[in-house]
Design a protein around this ligand. Structure first.
Ligand code: ZN
Ligand code: ZN
Ligand code: ZN
Length: 263
C-alpha cells in the first residue's frame, strides 16, 4: 500500500484571483479562500514528490509549501498558466544534482521542447538553467495505465480543451481534470471508485474551452467520486457562494487544500 498526499498549489484560471484591476466582491474579499494562484498540484506518492504542471506562480507556490524536491512532472498541456514557471525547476535540478523527467503526450512535449529548448541541453557546472528530460506518454490507452510511480498506476486521458488536447490524469484513486470542455463516453468506465476528483469549473457563463459550473456539476454527479473539488475557477466564482450551490460531496477547492489517499 502506497500513501498519496495531494496538495492543491493553485486553483485559479489563467488570470489568477484577484484579477488585476478588478473591484468585484471576490477580488476585494479578504478571505484567503478567494485568493487563488495559477492551477497546479503537488503529489507525494510514498516518498516520491511529483508535480502536476509548473505554472506562472510556481516559484511562490514552491516557497509557500516548502517543496523539498521534485522527482517528476506530469504536464497537462503547454498553456502559459500551467507551464511558465518552468525556469524555477533549476533550483530543484541543482539541489538534486540531476535532470528531472517530465511526462505528457506527444504534442505537449513537442511544444515545451521547442519553446524551452535550453532546458533540454546537458547540464553545465553552473546549473544555471533547468535540466529536463522529456518522456512521452501514449494517449488513448483505455484501461491501460501509462506510468507506474511507487506501485501506483497513472492513467492519462485525452480531453478536448478548445483546439488542444489536454492530458487528464488518474493517479491511483485521485484524478486531476483541468482545462477541458468535454469528457468522452469511453473515459467514464475508468473513473470509477475515485476517492478524489479535481475538476475544471471555470464560471457560470459557458466557454468554448472549459467546463461551466453547470457542466462541471453534471460530470461530478455522473463520475460520483467520494469527494469532488472544483479547480481552475475565475473570480466570478466566489468561494462561499459556489460552495452553497454545490451538489453533494462537491466543493470548491482552495489553495493549500490537501487530501490523502492510498493505493
Ligand atoms: Zn489553464
Ligand atoms: Zn473580480
Ligand atoms: Zn489551458
Amino acid at each position: 500500500m502506497t500513501q498519496l498526499t495531494l496538495t492543491v498549489l493553485g486553483c485559479s484560471s489563467s488570470s489568477g484571483t484577484p484579477l488585476i484591476g478588478c473591484d468585484c466582491p471576490t477580488c476585494t474579499s479578504n478571505d484567503p479562500k478567494n485568493r487563488r494562484t495559477r492551477c497546479s498540484a503537488h503529489i507525494q506518492i510514498g516518498e516520491q514528490h511529483w508535480q502536476i504542471d509548473t505554472g506562472t506562480d510556481f516559484y511562490h507556490q514552491a516557497l509557500q509549501h516548502r517543496l523539498p524536491r521534485i522527482d517528476g512532472i506530469l504536464y497537462t498541456h503547454p498553456h502559459a498558466d500551467h507551464l511558465n514557471g518552468i525556469d524555477d525547476l533549476r533550483a530543484f535540478c541543482y539541489k538534486q544534482q540531476a535532470a528531472i523527467p517530465i511526462y505528457g503526450h506527444h504534442d505537449t512535449l513537442a511544444n515545451i521542447c521547442s519553446r524551452f529548448d535550453y532546458a533540454f541541453l546537458e547540464q553545465n557546472r553552473h546549473w544555471n538553467r533547468p535540466v529536463l528530460r522529456a518522456h512521452e506518454l501514449p494517449l488513448n490507452q483505455g484501461q491501460n495505465s501509462v506510468l507506474n510511480i511507487n506501485n501506483v498506476p497513472v492513467w492519462q486521458f485525452g480531453v478536448p480543451h478548445g483546439s488542444w488536447i489536454t492530458s487528464a490524469f488518474r493517479i491511483g484513486n485521485i484524478a486531476w481534470f483541468t482545462d477541458l470542455n468535454h469528457i468522452e463516453e469511453s473515459i467514464f468506465p475508468h473513473l470509477q471508485g475515485l476517492d478524489y476528483l479535481f475538476l475544471d469549473c471555470l464560471m457560470d457563463t459557458p466557454y468554448p474551452s472549459h467546463l461551466s459550473t453547470e457542466q462541471a456539476f453534471a460530470y461530478a454527479k455522473r463520475i460520483n467520486a467520494k469527494q469532488t473539488y472544483f479547480i481552475h475557477m475565475t473570480h466570478a466564482q466566489e468561494y462561499h457562494t459556489l460552495k452553497q450551490r454545490c451538489p453533494q460531496n462537491c466543493a470548491p477547492a482552495y489553495d493549500g487544500l490537501t487530501v490523502h489517499s492510498s493505493y
